[in-house]
Ligand binder design. Structure first.
Ligand code: PGA
Length: 251
């Protein structure tokens, strides 16, 4: 565990999306277990069919999406309660691919967060603007509205712990190879920090950046104020590139 009493934890989160079979996941876990952990908190978000592999490991993990009801007639959904029973203590909520491809609404995102908190799980709430929102100068407004909708009714207990991590992921930077500039990341992370503070969240709430993070840009981005780690998609699929990102976060 890293992080002093006053600093947010340094987190490196791997979002595997719809990649890897259980066998491939197992190979990754075996290789990763041999690598030096460098004092960072690693968290993995495999596809649901690979959850079993992680439940047998000592690694921290969560699902990429869970439903806000625990069980019942909800064909195709995954239960946060079952994931918890399998050892998951994390969950991704409101990833932009969920918001755009699967039309997840702010109201659903709020309910999914509440469900995670009821189970004492740590959600990573993803927020971020689209390219057209950025070009129209709406970035900070979009971040504020996504955060207020998701966190406006958060219970006091989760604000203090804090039982929340936020990931700033500009939609135009995800999987495109286009990384946000340091000035853009700095501006958005500061804004998120201020909004969380106004809502009463602990200053120890980790704010991650996500969107085309690679070993080559991780060093510079990790030095920015209020950047306490990364949510990584493509570059998290190989142990080598994930560990190079981790190393560059230390330098
Ligand atoms: P990327 O994905 O690193 O492949 O851009 C990040 C994410 O979607 O969380």
């Amino acid at each position: 565990m890293t992080g002093s009493m006053t600093n947010p934890k340094k987190i490196l989160a791997a979002n595997w999306k719809l990649n890897k079979s259980p066998r491939e996941a197992q190979n990754f876990v075996t290789d990763f277990s041999k690598a030096e952990k460098l004092g960072l908190d690693f968290v993995f978000f495999p596809s649901a069919l690979c959850a079993e592999v992680f439940s047998r490991s000592k690694l921290e993990w969560g699902l990429q999406n869970t439903y806000f009801e625990n069980s019942g007639a909800f064909t195709g959904e995954n239960s946060a309660g079952v994931a918890y029973e399998m050892g998951s203590r994390w969950v991704l909520v409101g990833h932009s691919e969920r918001r755009t491809l699967f039309h997840e609404s702010d109201a659903e995102i709020e309910k999914k967060l509440q469900r995670a908190w009821n189970l004492n799980m740590q959600p990573i709430l993803c927020v971020g603007e689209t390219l057209s929102e950025r070009e129209n100068g709406q970035t900070l407004q979009v971040l504020k509205s996504q955060l207020m909708a998701a966190l406006g009714n958060a219970p006091e207990s989760v604000k203090v712990q804090p039982l929340l991590t936020v990931a700033y992921e500009p939609v135009w930077a995800i999987g495109t190879g286009k990384v946000a500039t340091t000035a853009q990341v700095q501006e958005c992370h500061l804004e998120i920090f201020k909004i969380l503070k106004n809502l009463g969240f602990s200053e120890k709430t980790s704010i991650l950046y996500g969107g085309s993070v690679k070993p080559e840009n991780a060093g510079e981005l990790s030095k920015l104020p209020h950047v306490s780690g990364f949510l990584v998609g493509g570059a998290s699929l190989k142990v080598d590139s994930l560990m190079s990102i981790a190393k560059n976060m230390q330098n």
